[in-house]
Write a protein that binds this ligand. Structure first.
Ligand code: C2E
Ligand code: CA
Ligand code: CA
Length: 508
């Protein structure tokens, strides 16, 4: 509680002041009339003195009342500041924002001018906060809010409505400029890294947009809808923003179902791993297998990882699931040829947990596989959350003899300087490049450049999502070493016959 905002006079204090001064004047009046003045004072009659004393009483009571009501105002503004304004950022808090949305909605109805409610959430803020500590987490929020204020036109209302969540009431930008363009520019600025005390912190954002009055008037409903659009943006990963559509309500129900079902499914043993081969492009030999999680629900059938992994990440369930994947993949490696490694996907949330190295170590110890037979696929996003922490983990993994592949390479962070700082062994060229390599000349040039870059760094390259012979030929020409994709083999369950090693099903 700051000393400047605290009211000096509380209502109780004011009440006592009024009562005391009123009573005091009254008693003084009575006493004066009865004993003090006898037959009069200085020629004034007793009635006159009584009138003067009564006026004084009224004045004292009036003054005290004034002081009381001024104090009520002061207290009210204090309470407003305490409850409505977010202390860390100075922005409107959630309750105040609801009021501002209601005002904006009634303003829209009067003027006919639309206003947009934009919901911005820092992805996995809770995990970031846990890993960098609350002081730096606060620093990040304060810096984020400051940049948000500076990036928006004067008068745009902004509120902090959750730990890492902000709401904006944005007027129609007008002219040729659309609200989507305005939001894209805003996201770009907000996603530039933040300088904290100990490191540069990157953030990913998800954004949902609703139009007022088109998508509703009620502030709570509008906030729910902007959040649905935000969840949609996060789940589809098509971009970091979405405009609200009525169908999103059903998606939210499904999401809630997945969230509630994940634990039960885990206990029930619904999960399994499928393996997809990775081949050396020159010799055609299988060198490793990527483990891909599969969820077979007894009633709903197969549920794709892209539908439940992001939810497991948000709810923290990924910790349990990820550890299970790691252990099972290491255990399964016993059934794979001895000269093959097993590649395991590591979620950014998992990668940043405190005991990540311990979990990896225990998985190796309990299954007894050599560290050289384990490869971890980690995305750029995971490494960029906290570069210093990531560097420590990568160094430790490398010292343990475990190989790390940068997954989905080329789709995430654009500043490549991290490649020099981080120890890793492989770049995995994302499927989006491979699928265009035979139709788009520029993509071919990008792939060749990535291969050149990896050679300069002394690391290997693997291309994922190879579906045609033509793509394979172009990848070979570009100098890519290892390939993976439907053309060579789809992900399939391990087939163990009589305890003997059985290769996974191969298409080619
Ligand atoms: P990813 O790591 O990029 O995995 C490759 C995805 O592409 C897999 O999808 C795979 O089945 C698919 N794929 C492989 N070859 C081809 C191809 O030639 N064409 C096409 N169109 N697709 C191909 P899947 O199994 O649905 O997994 C999707 C994503 O889910 C993975 O993308 C990964 O990010 C995540 N994921 C899967 N298993 C795990 C896991 O055990 N842990 C974690 N944290 N994430 C996982
Ligand atoms: Ca992968
Ligand atoms: Ca990928």
């Amino acid at each position: 509680m700051s000393s400047t905002s605290h009211p000096n006079r509380s209502p109780v204090f004011r009440f006592i002041t009024i009562a005391a001064s009123g009573m005091g004047s009254f008693v003084l009046g009575l006493w004066g009339m009865k004993f003090g003045f006898g037959d009069g004072l200085g020629g004034l009659s007793v009635q006159m003195i009584g009138a003067v004393v009564a006026s004084l009483c009224a004045l004292a009571a009036g003054g005290a009342a004034l002081s009381f009501f001024a104090g009520v105002d002061e207290s009210a503004s204090y309470v407003f500041k305490e409850t409505q304004i977010d202390k860390l950022t100075g922005l409107a808090g959630r309750t105040a924002m609801i009021g501002l949305i209601a005002e904006a909605a009634s303003g829209c109805t009067r003027t006919g001018e639309p206003v947009y409610l934009i919901d911005i959430d820092i992805d996995r803020f809770k995990q970031i906060n846990d890993s960098i500590g609350y002081t730096q987490g606060d620093q990040l929020i304060a810096a984020f809010a400051e940049r948000l204020k500076r990036s928006l036109p004067e008068g745009v209302q902004i509120g902090r409505i959750g730990a890492g969540e902000f709401a904006i009431l944005h007027p129609d930008p007008g002219g040729e400029f659309s609200i989507e363009e305005a939001v894209e520019q805003l996201i770009e600025r907000l996603m530039e890294p933040y300088q904290l005390r100990t490191h540069l912190q990157s953030v990913n954002l998800s954004v949902g947009i609703v139009a007022i009055p088109k998508d509703g008037h009620d502030p709570i409903l509008l906030l729910r809808r902007s959040n649905l659009a935000l969840q949609h943006a996060r789940a589809t990963r098509l971009g970091s923003w979405s405009v609200y559509l009525p169908e999103m309500g059903q998606v939210a129900d499904y999401r809630q179902w997945v969230e509630s079902e994940l634990h039960i499914a885990f206990e029930r043993g619904d999960f399994d791993l499928h393996y997809q081969p990775q081949l050396d492009l020159t010799s055609g030999r299988v060198v490793g297998y990527e483990a891909l999680i599969r969820w077979k629900h007894p009633a709903r059938g197969m549920i794709p990882p892209m539908e439940f992994i992001p939810i497991a990440e948000e709810t923290g369930m990924i910790g349990l699931l990820g550890e299970w994947v790691l252990k099972k993949a290491c255990a399964d490696a016993r059934y794979l040829p001895d000269d093959c490694f097993v590649a395991v996907n590591i979620s950014p949330v998992q990668f940043m947990t405190k005991d990540f190295l311990g979990i990896v170590r225990r998985a190796l110890e309990t299954t007894g596989i050599r560290p050289q037979r384990l490869e971890l696929e980690v995305t750029e996003t995971a490494m960029m959350q906290d570069r210093d922490h990531a560097a420590v983990i990568l160094k430790a993994l490398s010292e343990m003899g475990i190989s790390v592949a940068v997954d989905d390479f080329g789709t995430g962070y654009s500043n490549l300087s991290y490649l020099i700082d981080f120890p890793f062994q492989k770049l995995k060229i994302d499927r989006s490049f491979v699928s265009r390599i035979d139709t788009d000349q520029n993509t071919g040039a990008v792939v060749s450049t990535i291969v050149g870059l990896s050679r300069a760094l002394g690391v290997h390259t693997i291309a994922e999502g190879v579906e045609t012979e033509n793509q394979a030929t172009l990848l070979r020409a570009a100098g890519c070493e290892v390939v993976q994709g439907y053309f060579y083999g789809k992900p399939a369950p391990l087939q163990i016959h009589n305890g003997a090693v059985a290769p996974v099903r191969m298409v080619h």
